[in-house]
Design a binder for this molecule. Structure first.
Ligand code: PMP
Length: 358
């Protein structure tokens, strides 16, 4: 028996999307492939409210985090990494692993990064880039990206704003051009509700210009090489063609649903979970910054999350334990992608029934 995934990635993938991958293979230098990329790209630009390039990468989101931070910082400059959980911390690990000098500004897990905090930290150094994790999946915090970007832009027109939107893109609004961002990246297995293996990133002209000044951009993720191929609707290396086909079909459904309706559905699902949490538990995250795509629940009842998941599995569902050090202290319910409010109501009823919550 398969379980429906209420975990923050991979998420539930509809049969229609699985089927879209099963077409005969084509060459990635063929006209058929270029036509496919030319078809899907404007749909992604609509999703991100941008007219700037949106690149397709054959890897998960972490690869693009690595690619973008090393191309954003010129020799002698630094990155500022904002950390509020496990995934925002990953940016720092990546910077260190790539020899990119990076300072960090930390808040306790569960808290949000604020514009004031970022601005105070930027005062102190010679920064070329700042990283922001829009939706911190480990804690269920949605950081105030628009406000952070506005504050940074007002004072520092040249600092690149690199955004991990892995668990937000296609589930929460990101206005790439209006918010004046530089890299916004995501993975296929979250709110896009596709299988894993593909990443998507909008890259600004400012970021491309910056890359020209970075001698060691790396090879696989070199944005300037990506741009060269993008202009002919190709990627530098062989792309995950089957996944791109699935993405193309999924983007039609996303646009048919309507972007505002999609954000509203995610918010509605989140609010169903929030009401249930208020009744029986507590939030792990600061309630002022609750994520529309995943909720981290503080385990105030001291239940065994492992046992709960075993019982849920028999009923055909799976949720996530707390991330890393938060295991058993918290658990996470994802409400992203192609799940529906009815799915969420059903899940909450199952958990309440298993635990005897009344
Ligand atoms: N950032 C965030 C916020 C995430 O939730 C995840 C995946 N859980 C990642 C980065 C890593 O993405 P991937 O596994 O696609 O490399």
């Amino acid at each position: 028996m398969y379980q429906k995934l209420f975990i923050p990635g991979p998420t539930h993938v509809r049969q229609k999307i699985l089927d879209a991958q099963a077409e005969p293979m084509i060459g990635h230098r063929s006209k058929a492939y270029a036509d496919l990329q030319a078809e899907v790209t404007p749909k992604l630009q609509k999703l991100l409210y941008t007219e700037q390039p949106v690149f397709l990468f054959t890897n998960s989101g972490t690869g693009v985090m690595e690619g973008s931070i090393r191309q954003a910082v010129r020799p002698g400059k630094k990155a500022l990494v904002t950390v509020c959980g496990a995934f925002s911390d990953r940016w720092h690990k990546i910077a260190v692993a790539n020899g990119v000098p990076a300072d960090r500004v930390d808040v306790p897990w569960g808290q949000a990064i604020t514009p004031a905090l970022v601005m105070a930290a930027l005062e102190q150094g010679d920064y070329d880039a700042v990283t922001v994790t829009y939706n911190e999946t480990s804690t269920g915090v949605l950081n105030p990206l628009k406000e952070i970007a506005a504050a940074v832009r007002e004072k520092y027109p040249d600092i690149l704003i690199l955004v991990d939107a892995v668990s937000a893109m296609a589930g929460a609004k990101v206005e790439f051009d209006a918010w004046d961002l530089d890299v916004v990246l995501s993975s296929s297995q979250k709110c896009f509700a596709l299988p894993p293996g593909l990443a998507v990133a909008a890259v600004s002209e400012r970021a491309l210009k910056r890359a020209e000044a970075v001698p060691n951009r790396g090879y696989y993720f070199d944005f300037l090489n990506f741009l060269k191929y993008y202009k002919r609707n190709q990627t530098p290396a062989t792309p995950a063609i089957s996944l791109i086909r699935a993405l193309n079909v999924q983007m039609d459904d996303i646009l048919a649903e309507g972007l505002e309706a999609r954000w509203a559905r995610h918010q509605q699902m989140a609010e169903l979970v929030h009401a249930w949490v208020r009744k029986y538990w507590d939030f792990f995250a600061d309630p002022n910054y609750l994520s529309p795509t995943v909720t981290a629940v503080k385990n105030t009842r001291g239940i065994s999350v492992v046992e709960l998941n075993k019982a849920l599995a028999e009923r055909g569902a799976v949720i996530s334990n707390g991330y890393g050090k938060l295991k058993e202290q918290s658990f996470r319910i994802a409400h992203m992608g192609d799940l529906t409010p009815d799915d969420i109501r059903w899940l909450l009823d199952q958990i309440s029934d298993i635990l005897g919550l009344a």
